[in-house]
Design a protein around this ligand. Structure first.
Ligand SMILES: [Zn+2]
Length: 144
């Protein structure tokens, strides 16, 4: 998109007026529910939300901020490289590999748990029961 008009000093020129209309057409697609969007004029610097009508007035009155070359607050993409990086990390092949690895781990864990319960499971219960029984018997004997 041609933004050379943003650097024009003559805000009464046709070229500047066409540029303003181009911006307003883009901005109209990015207004909130109140019909307002960030005003990129030199006075507001995208810090204030204005109606399309107010923005048009500001752009003629104050001029558009010349530093606002990428209209990121009005729908323009920040960077093409950023989008490409998202696509690279979201490939299906990576997901399938991760699922396969996780399934292997689960099988190993199940075998370990079965082994542990076979060896250790009943033993502590049996010990606890016999100790309690012996203790009670001894206590009885002493009391008598
Ligand atoms: Zn403004």
């Amino acid at each position: 998109m041609d933004k050379s008009w943003m650097n024009l000093r003559d805000r009464l020129s046709d070229e500047y007026a066409i540029g303003v209309q181009t911006f307003l057409k883009v901005a109209k697609n990015h207004v909130d529910q109140n019909g307002k969007t960030r005003c990129p004029c030199k006075h507001c610097q995208n810090a204030f939300w204005k109606s399309i009508y107010d923005i048009e007035t500001h752009l003629y009155k104050y001029g558009i901020a010349t530093t606002y070359q990428r209209w990121i607050f009005h729908g323009e993409k920040v960077s093409v490289d950023y989008n490409e990086r998202i696509n690279m990390s979201g490939t299906n092949r990576l997901d399938h590999h991760e699922t396969f690895t996780v399934n292997d781990d689960v099988d190993d864990d199940d075998e370990m748990i079965e082994l542990l319960s076979d060896v250790c499971g009943p033993i502590p219960n049996r010990d606890a029961t016999s100790e309690t029984t012996n203790g009670r018997q001894r206590t009885h004997i002493k009391l008598d």
